[in-house]
Design a protein around this ligand. Structure first.
Ligand SMILES: Cc1cc2nc3c(=O)[nH]c(=O)nc-3n(C[C@H](O)[C@H](O)[C@H](O)COP(=O)(O)OP(=O)(O)OC[C@H]3O[C@@H](n4cnc5c(N)ncnc54)[C@H](O)[C@@H]3O)c2cc1C
Length: 391
């Protein structure tokens, strides 16, 4: 399939992605764990299908899909291991969108075409030991010295850091501006002296989607690589990518839930106890039905949010993006838990995909804003609306 089909006949393109997921991604899932990464010949296919550049406009070499189309593609791809999505998501969501919405035209022309084709893998480096949910707490510093900013500090949990070619890095350019206002974003190319990446960290799930620590030791980044050539816009940068990323994570949870339900149903109709398939028992049916209903509710919510998506959402849409991310990530946790329960002992065994999927999906409630952060955004919007009505 040629990626250009996405523009001429999106439904046929989506069918092609579904076939690719069924025939290539799913049968190769077992290889991800062994390699702690996606095999290169499959990455080539992700590139060929345009997945790295789904959210990048055509004028910069991407597919320029609408958010609704991006979400439909994401749901299809994530019926296979979420590690495949992780391979292109850091390019697609956080790093390319930061450059697209906040970079100078020269920065866009220089980097976006190569990110769109997947020739370059992007990564996004925000999180630090003291700056997790509180992103404004970033301590990595960037001091202007002649023709370069000198970065010092460390980052952790950075997805794809061990092989990424280009990093969007948040660092503090001002000590007087406290919190988010003092942050700036930098485009840092791989092999820049002073940028050191650690070995992949062991983690609970998503073996095949590596994360690592990074250190910056007097790392000189050319002034030209200050995002948008403007200091103090780092937080705005982070937010412009995060709206896309949160919507994509919500869609991922729908795809993963569909897969878990398929696995649980397949097992329930085949496994017999007390002389019957366990699918005949009402308590098993209840779990299947609850999972299907919740998955469909999340799918509808994510699609509705995607249809209304704009890059700079007002507070109502931002709260709705949080609703989608919050509901879908919590939903897939319940679905995964039920899937393990339906499989009984088999669901606890490494031999079955459900055991791996159960571990893989746990992180969705933590990254791109933990559930508690989404609740905070939603509730603050509600309280703000109420205050507006009262005034
Ligand atoms: C697999 C993985 C991949 C990641 N990839 C990246 C990446 O590519 N780039 C990157 O920059 N980061 C990445 N992260 C980091 C991720 O975004 C953070 O882990 C996340 O933002 C939470 O931060 P924290 O881990 O420091 O937890 P903390 O912020 O310490 O939170 C701990 C707990 O406290 C809660 N909490 C915090 N503040 C509040 C509050 N105000 N009210 C109520 N509850 C609160 C949280 O919800 C959570 O339950 C990744 C993390 C993981 C696990």
């Amino acid at each position: 399939m040629d990626a250009s089909l996405a523009k001429t006949d999106f439904d046929a393109y989506l069918d092609g992605i579904k076939t690719f997921t069924r025939d290539t991604l799913r049968p190769n899932e077992h290889r991800l764990n062994d390699a702690d990464g996606v095999p290169e010949e499959i990455v080539e296919k992700l590139r060929a299908y345009g997945l790295f550049g789904m959210a990048i406009p055509e004028e910069y070499g991407g597919l320029g899909l609408t958010m609704e189309q991006q979400v439909l593609v994401t749901m299809a791809v994530t019926e296979a291991s979420a590690c495949y999505r992780s391979r292109f998501s850091t390019t697609l969501g956080l790093s390319s969108q930061s450059i697209l919405w906040n970079g100078t035209e020269d920065q866009r022309r220089k980097y976006l075409p190569k990110l769109a084709t997947g020739e370059l893998t992007g990564a996004f480096a925000l999180t630090e030991e003291q700056a997790g949910s509180d992103a404004g707490g970033v301590q990595t510093s960037a001091r202007l010295d002649a023709d370069a900013y000198v970065l010092n500090g460390s980052k952790r949990y950075i997805t794809n850091a061990n092989f990424a070619d280009l990093f969007v890095v948040m660092a503090r350019t001002s000590d007087t501006e406290k919190g988010a206002a003092g942050l700036s974003a930098f485009i840092v190319e791989k092999d820049t002296p002073g940028m050191i990446c650690g070995a992949p960290d062991p983690k609970m799930g998503q073996d095949g989607a590596p994360i690592a620590e990074m250190r910056f030791e007097d790392c000189r980044v050319p002034v030209d690589n200050l995002m948008g050539h403007v200091e103090g816009t780092g937080f705005r940068n982070a937010m412009s990518g995060i709206n896309t990323a949160r919507t994509h994570v919500a869609a991922t949870c729908v795809g993963q839930a569909a897969r878990l339900i398929e696995e649980a149903l397949d097992y329930a109709v085949k496994r017999e106890q007390f002389g019957h398939p366990i699918a005949d028992f009402q308590s098993i049916q209840n779990m299947l039905a609850d999972s299907r209903a919740e998955m469909k509710a999340a799918r509808a919510l994510v699609l509705d949010t995607a249809r209304r998506f704009t890059q700079n959402p007002d507070s109502e849409l931002r709260a709705d993006i949080s609703c989608a991310k919050y509901f879908a990530t919590e939903m897939v946790s319940r679905v995964a838990d039920r899937a393990v329960q339906i499989l009984g002992g088999a669901g606890y065994m490494k031999a079955h995909d459900v055991e791996r999927l159960y571990r893989d999906i746990r992180v969705f409630r933590i990254f791109e804003g933990a559930s508690q952060v989404q609740q905070m955004i939603i509730a603050r919007h509600m309280i703000g609306e109420e205050a507006g009505r009262a005034a």
